[in-house]
Design a protein around this ligand. Sequence first.
Ligand code: NAP
Length: 489
Amino acid sequence: MSTPQAQPATPHFANYINGEWVTSSKTFESRNPANTNEVVAVYSKGSAADVEKAAAAAAAALPGWASTPGPGRGAILFKTADILEKKFDQIAAEMTREEGKTLPEAKGELQRAINIFRYFGGEGSRMDGVMVPSERARVHVFAVRKPIGVVGLITPWNFPVAIPAWKMAPALIAGNTIIVKPASVAPLCAWRIVEALHEAGAPKGVVNFVAGSGGEIGAALVNAKPVKAISFTGSNDVGHWIHQEASKRRLRIQLEMGGKNPTIVLGDADLKMAVENVVNAAFFSTGQKCTATSRAIVEDSIYDKFVEATVERTKKLKVGDGMQPGVEIGPCVDEGQMNTVLKYIEIGRKESGEPKCGGRRLTENGLDKGYFVEPTVFADVKPEHTIAREEIFGPVLAIIRAKDFEDAMKIANDTPYGLSSSIQTSNLSKMFDYVYRAEAGLLTINLPSAGVEYQLPFGGTKDSSFGPKEQGPAALDFYSDYKTVYIKY
Ligand code: NAP
């Protein structure tokens, strides 16, 4: 069946269940956060009943897909990557119009999603197991990977193509069948991946897509009998709820959630590079990366110079519609997110004083139709202040003074979160001290805290994450199980 895409003015995107595009009388729309007059797309609003149908279809498709040889599954993933590549400019522009990140950022993210499909496509021909000698004579032992079954994938809006890709590709290559539930503010990129999988020849029922309210679809996914595992990326509140509900059914779960990521800047750091790395990690993608730096913890000896240079650099950032060339910072994704950011800026004003730059919504020069907030730097923030403790998920940086390396490490680790963390230093010994003591799943040194690669394990520790890591070879630990075999010959 061909893909239903209506007129360019208001394209309507259907759900995808058992190899069919299924429209619903109920719909919801997405709008461009840089210009809310623009409706980007209309979606069929899925229901709990749609999830049940999708789960039944995925269960029916499971034996066929699980017994398809890995290289055959891989071939479909390779073809999916090729199809996404052919639509590269279109999908990147759709991402910018729907999520708000700049076009170069959207292109970078889309390229990463394509790389992920190729990486896991290749995994179909590798798919390692375990083979070791037996203790017993004339006994051969080995363990092979097997799929878990039907998997529910729930994704957030901030990486609308990369996160669906890094869940869908490993789930599929391991032989699972899937139901994808994208974030409601930006479902289009995930829909494009599903469209590409459909065109690439994924058998019916192997891939299913149900958009709609997180509460309804999410609960239905967690409770659908055939679903054996849930991989979720999003907020801690929802992750906590999934943990509780899914545990009742003993589902396998993987939760990637929030962060309050620090960058430590030591006195021996290359100041220019440190400022560039912190500004990049704090403000690019409008600070809406889960790995963004929201706390710069700066050693006393370099503190004043760092604050001055960071404020100077931040003031130069060009904010605007991400489709415009030269724009570096786009809008917040929606009104709710913008209001959260503005609320935290007011809390910051009360607790930490007037910001050194930024601190307000931008409405001049044609920005009044979007959700733009000035990149905002607070200095002299105390570790106990709210903006140093709670995730803001926007363009707000809190700079904290530390006496020395030990003090900086203590402040950096004093958070319930543990997603990413960074240090800027030229001292090799302190680098290693930091590597072994930093309480986070992703560490960078002399690089921004955000910006990871797909071929390595990804994920946090402490309250930021639960379950096996995503991406790289580690991804298969969640999406597969072992079957261990002993043969006497
Ligand atoms: P969110 O509100 O938790 O939503 C994430 C997804 O969960 C969406 O698809 C949402 O659907 C769905 N959902 C909402 N309520 C649900 C429920 N009761 N049951 C099941 N699913 C439900 O998070 P977000 O605002 O999209 O994303 C921002 C958060 O994600 C931040 O905290 C950020 O740090 C985190 N994040 C973490 C990582 C990581 O790898 N650690 C990566 C990216 C983002 P609707 O959209 O329909 O509500």
